[in-house]
Design a protein around this ligand. Structure first.
Ligand code: CAA
Length: 257
């Protein structure tokens, strides 16, 4: 594993996956997500694991999909690379997953946290879907999951402006389960995991499946729609300009083409 650290028994019954690209603020490249998928599939088959925690570091859970990896791609490249099929496999994990989030959870990072089942946030956590600022839109579920979590008006504001949500606001809007001081966020996630780990694993799995079913049919359709529109932005000059500007550390000039 190059981009994640995995501990099978972080505490009895609790596995930990730590995203580990600190210099890039844990930007989610294709390989990192494949490593997460592989670790989750192993844990799902391991009876000794009851609950999985995914975390980053104090500064960043993840600052989004890897812009440098995507910047030059065409819409058809994106379609063929099909990076989100890995995300589809991740969301099929049967065991409960808790995201322990500190610092930035932006773009794909916010979407990844929302793909988990519960979120424990540190006071420093910042959530957001800033893709609009680089000429694209969320592509890994943001338009669907954020809208379900915080409601239409707030989701519109966040996705159309790229503004960030503080941990307290995220809690107010129901995006996260609990906000705790920075030094406590992993501990708090472990406490929640321990409580769940004491329950029947069969009942936990069936409950998770049933809760997800409450919106999964619409979610499948919504994700497919979002993905096509996300790819479509890669046919625009604005996406090329937006991502190029990020890499070159300057403000983009959007032309509406
Ligand atoms: N992709 C690739 N590299 C990234 C990155 C990303 N999403 N986010 C940060 N980095 C890199 C930076 O390029 C920088 O690398 P260098 O040192 O080599 O220049 C390093 O991480 C540190 O970042 P900054 O210097 O920018 O740190 P900062 O503290 O000044 O700013 C930040 C932090 C506000 C999070 C800023 O890095 C930022 O805006 N990041 C991009 C956020 C974003 O737009 N995310 C959405 C990505 S698109 C997406 O996710 C699509 C989807 O839905 C799947």
């Amino acid at each position: 594993m190059e981009f994640i650290k995995v501990t099978e028994q972080y505490q009895p019954g609790i596995a930990l996956i730590q995203l580990n690209r600190p210099k890039e603020l844990n930007a989610l490249n294709k390989q990192l997500m494949e490593e997460v998928r592989d670790a989750l599939q192993v844990f799902d088959k391991n009876d000794q694991v009851r609950v999985i925690i995914i975390t980053g570091n104090e500064q960043a859970f993840a600052a989004g999909a890897d812009i440098k990896q995507m910047a030059d791609k065409s819409a058809i490249d994106m379609l063929l690379i099909d990076q989100f099929s890995t995300w589809d496999q991740i969301r099929k994990t049967k065991k409960p997953i808790i995201a322990a989030v500190s610092g930035f959870a932006l773009g794909g990072g916010c979407e990844f946290a929302m793909t988990c089942d519960m979120i424990i946030a540190s006071e420093s956590a910042k959530f957001g879907q800033p893709e609009i600022k680089i000429g694209t839109i969320p592509g890994a579920g943001g338009t669907q999951r954020l809208t379900k979590a915080v409601g239409k008006a707030k989701a519109m504001e966040l996705i159309l402006t790229g503004r960030f949500l503080s941990a307290e606001e995220a809690h107010f809007y129901g995006l996260v389960n609990k906000v705790v001081p920075v030094e406590m966020y992993l501990h708090e996630a472990v406490e929640l995991a321990k409580e769940i780990a004491r329950m029947s694993p069969v009942a936990v799995q069936l409950a998770k499946e049933a809760i997800n079913r409450s919106f999964e049919t619409q979610l499948d359709e919504g994700l497919a729609f979002e993905r096509k529109n996300f790819y479509m932005t890669f046919a625009s000059e604005d996406q090329k300009e937006g991502m190029k500007a990020f890499v070159e550390k300057r403000k983009p000039e959007f032309k509406g083409r």
